[in-house]
Design a protein. Structure first.
Length: 339
């Protein structure tokens, strides 16, 4: 008789544990559904046909990649825009002054001005070496490399290419030719510019659009600016080796180039602005599609909040009742058991 009762006790204990496990499993599932709003058993919710949800999930992952690319492109174009704007602000102010100052400043003041302009040129040089997250903005597709080498090495090159030039026009022409020399000819593109000769890597910002910028530190829009600044930097480095008359003419040569360069800088800013607009539009379209797909996904596999909360409450009540029953049974005495 006692052996039979022992078997009954084991069976009852097993049933209680089994009930606890089932309720705990259901509680975990319902808790997850309340927290995520998504059915825990997706294949069951879809009747075994998961092709639709698989397509939606694949599309959402692709859109997430596009949004990440668009964010990177937006940051890159914004950085380039800020750098070009900084350069243009300097050039628009400096160009006209260089044309007028030879007529009103003394030789000493002009030489002091060349030193100031050389320092501004060094800052401009550094601006073109700007990087965001280790990616250089004006290095073209070679974004892991600073586009411009040593500023002092460039001044030395300018001294070499202008050696023997007798007039301000000759000096300016020699500097122009050095900056405009094609790759392989030993000019700026070979000795100072270290970036790629093609534009930035294209960013896929939406399912049907890629974008990038062709603007590099070796682009014509920026080289025209560099020429004018380089003439003044060379005059500063040469010092007394350049006589007063030649110095005054170099101011005019540099001023003319900077005034001309403003048009190219304006074009560069406009082009960057258009590319920024394309990226913003792509981000908006991507976000709209993500919202639409997310709603469709929720309609397919979303857990009803009311039903889930009700089931969760019922399960919690069941667990409490089971724990109460288990506690009561565990407190039964031998007398209670035999009675």
């Amino acid at each position: 008789m006692s052996s039979f009762n022992s078997i009954g006790d084991l069976s009852r204990s097993y049933q209680l544990r089994l009930g606890q496990y089932g309720l705990k499993t259901r509680l975990d599932r319902l808790t997850q559904e309340v927290m995520t709003g998504i059915k825990s058993d997706i294949p069951k919710a879809l009747g075994g046909d998961v092709s639709g949800i698989a397509h939606i999930d694949s599309r959402l992952k692709m859109l997430a990649t596009f949004q990440q690319n668009a964010s990177e492109a937006h940051g890159r174009f914004a950085g380039m825009q800020a750098a070009v704007e900084q350069i243009q602000t300097l050039v628009e102010d400096l160009g006209p002054k260089l044309l007028s100052e030879p007529n009103i400043l003394s030789e000493g003041d002009l030489r002091a001005r060349t030193s100031d302009i050389a320092r501004s040129f060094r800052l401009m040089f550094n601006t073109l070496n700007t990087n965001i997250g280790g990616r250089f903005l004006f290095a073209g597709s070679r974004a892991d490399t600073a586009p411009l080498g040593s500023f002092d090495a460039m001044l030395a090159e300018l001294g070499n290419v202008t050696a023997g030039a007798a007039t301000a026009a000759d000096i300016a022409s020699s500097i122009d030719a050095w900056f405009d020399a094609p790759a392989g000819a030993g000019g700026f593109a070979d000795t100072i510019y270290m970036g790629a000769h093609t534009g930035s890597t294209q960013f896929s910002v939406s399912p049907d659009h890629q974008t990038g910028s062709p603007l590099t530190a070796n682009a014509a829009e920026l080289r025209d600016t560099l020429k004018g600044m380089a003439i003044m930097a060379h005059a500063s480095a040469a010092g007394a080796a350049i006589d007063e008359a030649t110095l005054r003419e170099l101011f005019s040569e540099a001023g003319a180039r900077l005034v001309k360069a403003t048009a190219g800088l304006t074009h560069a800013q406009a082009d960057l602005g258009q590319r920024q607009a394309v990226v913003t539009q792509a981000q908006t379209r991507n976000a709209a599609e993500v919202a639409t797909l997310s709603i469709a996904r929720l309609n397919l596999i979303g857990a009803d909040p009311y039903e889930t909360a009700t089931a969760l409450q019922e399960t919690e009540t069941g667990i409490q009742s089971l724990y109460a029953l288990t506690a009561r049974l565990s407190r039964l005495t031998l007398t209670d058991y035999l009675s």
